[in-house]
Every structure is written in C-alpha cells, then in structure tokens.
Design a protein around this ligand. Structure first.
Ligand code: ADE
Length: 236
C-alpha cells in the first residue's frame, strides 16, 4: 500500500505568507474555517492564522496555531507540517537579520510554567524535531538552532532564564503549539525561522520587527521554495 504524504504549510502572518502564496499561485479554498485562512496549491495546503474578528490583525500566537494544526490533521488529512515564519534571535547566536534557521533538535516553551510534578515537564515542551532536519539544513546551507516559544513578542527576565537554560537561541510565538499538536498525532514537523530581531538588545524587539519584517519575509519565501524544491514539490 502506498501512503500518500499530504503536506501543509502553516504561516502565522499574511505578510510572511504572501510571497509563497504568489509564487505557488495558491488559491483560497472555497470553504473556510472560522479560525485560520486556508489556501491550496496543487497537493499542498497552506494555512495562515487568519484575522482576529475583534482587532483585524493576524492571529499570531499559540492558540490559533494549535487549533489550525489540529484541524489540518483531523479534517484535511495532513500527514506532514511545515512551519515557516519569523523569529527573534539571542545575541549569542550572532545571527544576521533575515538569516534563516531550521529548528533542531528541540522546541521548548519559556512561558508555560507549572511548578508541579510532571506538569513542569509538560509545560516546558521539549518536543523533539525529526532527525532528517540537520541533513536538510546542510543541503540548504542553513544553521540549526533550538527554538523556544511564548505568547509575547517581548520577554521577562524569567522567560530569558528558562530560554537560555534550555539551550534555545531563537524565539517565536507558534512553534511549541504546532510541535505539541504534531507530537500528539505523531506527525513530523519542520520549522523554518527567519530572524527579524535580536531580542535581547536594548532596542525593543517590536521596533526591530517592524523595520525588518519585509526583508525577513523575502527570505521566508526564498528558503521555503528551496525546501519545497528539495522535497520535489516545487520547480520553477
Ligand atoms: N517573531 C519575531 N521576533 C520575535 C520575538 N522577538 N519573539 C517572539 N516571536 C517573534
């Protein structure tokens, strides 16, 4: 029996997704979920987090990511998830703005603190990434890094302590939720993260993010397309 791989991309922000949607000539699915916006390009499903009804902004963060990932797997037959988006980098990584990383070997949470036996471990995440990620990174000429997720663009001192204690060097707002859902379903996740800000500098991460989002989004598009090419799912 041949098991068909069904790949979905999850990209939290429309600005991060637009270049990929254009390059793949993705079409909006006729039926849309309440949470998330879904597109199709050939055999690939592409989901963004969609717009929040109350504020009109992209639904960044862990809750929409978890809901959409679960829906893609349960209701759309997705068997492999690829997350592409932006991240903050710790200064010790000496990353360039718009540098792309593949996440390996692990994804943590730095703001999911539950100091109770076993719950602490649950909150921390420590979700393992597939072993095929480092060879893929090598092929693409990218570095790998441990990712840690939280629901804030900024960070508290405690967040940073946990982030560093776990060996994390890049920080986002979706990875741990996607990794948790994929782990529950035993589905492989690959995370591509492109740097918009060096988050531990005195210059606020939000200002760096705004200044660098367009440049980072170009890199998200280019490296996502190269990854799809590597997987034989895109040729230009
Ligand atoms: N995405 C881009 N920069 C980020 C940061 N500093 N923290 C969380 N998510 C981000």
């Amino acid at each position: 029996m041949v098991i068909k791989i069904m790949l979905a991309l999850y990209i939290a922000m429309e600005a991060e997704a637009q270049g990929i949607l254009d390059a793949l000539d993705a079409q909006l699915l006729p039926q849309q979920p309440i949470i998330g916006t879904y597109y199709q390009a050939g055999d690939i499903l592409i989901a963004t987090s969609g717009k929040d009804l109350a504020t009109g902004v992209d639904c960044v963060g862990t809750e929409p990511a978890g809901i959409v990932a679960n829906d893609l797997i349960v209701h759309h037959g997705v068997t492999q998830l690829f997350n592409a988006g932006t991240c903050g980098a710790h200064s010790s990584l000496e990353a360039q703005i718009a540098e792309a990383f593949l996440v390996s070997p692990t994804i943590f949470s730095h703001d999911h603190r539950i100091p109770l036996p076993r719950f602490e471990e649950f909150g921390m995440g420590a979700h393992p990434m597939p072993e095929v990620v480092p060879p893929l990174a090598k092929k693409l000429g990218l570095r790998t890094a441990i990712l840690s997720s939280g629901n804030s663009l900024d960070h508290t001192e405690r967040d940073l302590e946990i982030f560093l204690a776990n060996g994390a060097r890049i920080k986002d707002m979706e990875g741990s939720a996607l990794a948790w859902v994929c782990r529950q379903h035993d589905i492989p996740l690959t995370c591509l993260k492109v740097v918009t800000d060096i988050f531990d500098l005195p210059h606020p991460a939000a200002e760096q993010f705004n200044a660098n989002l367009a440049q980072a989004a170009e890199s998200v598009t280019a490296v996502t397309l190269r990854t799809l090419q590597e997987w034989g799912l895109f040729d230009n």
